[in-house]
Design a binder for this molecule. Sequence first.
Ligand code: HEC
Ligand code: HEC
Length: 307
Amino acid sequence: MNKLYLWGIIIAALMLLFTYMSVAGSEGGLNGDIVNILAVAGAVALVIITVFVVIKYVRQMQTDTADGQLADEQWDGIGEYLNNVPTGWAIMFLLTMVWGMWYFIIGYPVNAYSQIGEYNEDTQAHNEKFETQYASITGSRLIEMGESVFLAECKICHGISADGIDGKAANLNKRLEAKVVKHVVENGSNNHLLGTEMPMPDRNGLFNNNTGALITDAEIDAVSAYVANGMRGAGADVFAGACAACHGEDGKGMEYVAPNVAAFTTELVANVLTHGKKGAIGQMPKFDRLNAKQKEAVGAYITSLSK
Ligand code: HEC
Ligand code: HEC
């Protein structure tokens, strides 16, 4: 008998044996169960049809001689026929792409029947539980919660005592260092510290209303020391003339206009965590994975440090 058919029969027999074994299970036998019997009958039909259709095409490939016009290009002696893409095939191809997108975006992978979908729904349920459980936390418990977030997420750069590890990151025990203020006044800043698009102008946009001229180097040094000193000492007049219009006379900021430069606020920290911050010291990464309550808590903790 033809070797190909022999292989076909062996493979078909093996597949049928495995199908029977898995359907019959440990009890052995189909137990007259109609579903089991139908499953095996269906499998017999499918396996036989598949094996013999495959054999038909393998034989056809062995004997077929192709006709039609060859393309000019050849790759290592292998050529290509100049056939149009069959319409049915092209339609199937496009439909598969559309289906693929549907499948990925709305279909199986992100709904509850898949591992990813289940994970997403579990996370959502957990977050809702978190929110109801911690919604009402305020005061010292909020600060404690913020401290644990800080120790888990922030101490790697800011240090256990939030001192910034010798200038690696900002020292959060004080609102601003002189070199940070100086950098911002000279170069401007657009880190969305208020959560809005509003930038801080650079020195070419900063007039001292007392002198009517652009801010000078000496004035920048004076006002930087003043802000870094907690709004004390010399430089108060420069601040009043060049900064107070936006940051307020006491430096406590104005909603939608300019942030508080006298003290940390929970809103400022939350905005820093949402947008990240790039400045004189370096790059502070975004922390989008923290939820609103965690941002509020770590903000309360940082605000409590510099008091
Ligand atoms: C036109 C309004 C305006 C004026 C005038 C202004 N600022 Fe600002 N300032 C802003 C805004 C808006 C921001 C927030 C920028 C951001 O989102 O990065 C800011 C941010 C800052 C910051 C950054 C705070 C931080 O946490 O990094 C410092 C420091 C600062 N200003 C100091 C000054 C000083 C000192 C002056 C006066 C010499 C001044 N600003 C004048 C609007 C102003
Ligand atoms: C990869 C290091 C790194 C990590 C992690 C990090 N920071 Fe920062 N952070 C910085 C650097 C650098 C700066 C200084 C940015 C600048 O040049 O002004 C900074 C600045 C800040 C500021 C000062 C913003 C201002 O306007 O003055 C706050 C607040 C802050 N970080 C909070 C946090 C909190 C809260 C966490 C943890 C959730 C955290 N950081 C984690 C590097 C880091």
